[in-house]
Design a protein around this ligand. Sequence first.
Ligand SMILES: *Cc1c(COP(=O)(O)O)cnc(C)c1O
Length: 407
Amino acid sequence: MQDCDYQNTRLTHLGRDTSMSAGFVNVPVCRGSTILADNLEQWAQRKEPDNPYASYGRFTNPTLQTLTQAVAELEGGFQASLFPSGLAACTHALLGMLEVGDHLLIPDSVYGPVRAFAQQVLASRMGIQVQLYEPSLAEGIASLIRPNTKVVYVESPGSATFEIQDIPAIARCAHAVGAYVLLDNTWATPLFFTPFEHGVDVSIQAATKYLTGHSDALLGVATANERAWPLLRRAAHDFGQTAGPDDAFLALRGMRTLGVRLRQHQASALQIARFLENHPKVQQVLHPALESHRGHAIWKRDFTGSTGLFGIVLEPLSEAQLSRFFKTLRLFGIGLSWGGFESLALPMDMPKRNGRTLFGEGQLLRLHVGLEEPQHLQQDLAQALDAAYALNTSRNTSGLRLVAQQA
Ligand SMILES: *Cc1c(COP(=O)(O)O)cnc(C)c1O
């Protein structure tokens, strides 16, 4: 088992090859398309598929190669491919594994745009049988698996709902029919969940979030084990997927401090989650590291830490009160994405399952706890909650609600 301390130390050294950086600590940003060969013999050698100094800039270059190697090592996988966004990594990993007539299982708590892609593209236009499953299913998923099940997709905790999945149990059932297990590991990062030790075949990071960590780049990376790698690589090449070297450089730079950043995100988020759990206007806190969380036991068994993103359910409040809450916040910004140094808050649609709301009738919010002093963040939330509920309006639950799409 790779422990977190070991991973933290490795972060400093991963992927560093001073022969690629002329002795500098960091590999430079290599911008380029054409790579010149000295002669035809060298040209022939460059076209070998596993040569990292490949024949063309779209396949890799020293900056991209350093990043894919570092991420693959950190995840504990075989090799990794880069994509221009986290969503592109998710969709192309799926496209790489699936063919017409295959069956795909995706959890009901999956990241919204992946669900939309599965339904609107894979099911409607490509003849793939897409089935949503209840994310709390463990061995029970066996009853949904068919002989043509090719991919079981997992995301733990799930987007918006923060439900934890029993990935080892799901992987055992998937592998019984030779299906691939694809994981969106963006929330935990490989520091807090080691995918390949838990039966995953492809682990995907929206590197936009914690790996880059500064809200200044969009990037995706998918890491495969040896079995899944030929399919993942094929998909990336066939669809012309690559990433810009400036973004790859920013991800590498961000990754060097991932350990210390996550330690702070974890501690601050937990402090604030516990504060909110005891707040009279907060009905529920959706944070897997809290003992009250439904998935806490599995989280404790499989994860080595928690990060800065979690949900809360507020007592029902009017549109005007919700607006007052967001106007009064000083440190939490309103915006999509997360994983940067800054704190964010967003109102979310209350998820429904089988026609019923998952967490009652309150207002769901998603919080990302950044690197500000946690006591300041706590004060900010406290004063905004006070201001919101002090506003005297008649409750209006049928009115227009501020709802954001997920990212
Ligand atoms: C943000 C996010 C993505 C997509 O990443 P982008 O870089 O924004 O495309 C995928 N999965 C999860 C869980 C995310 O939160």
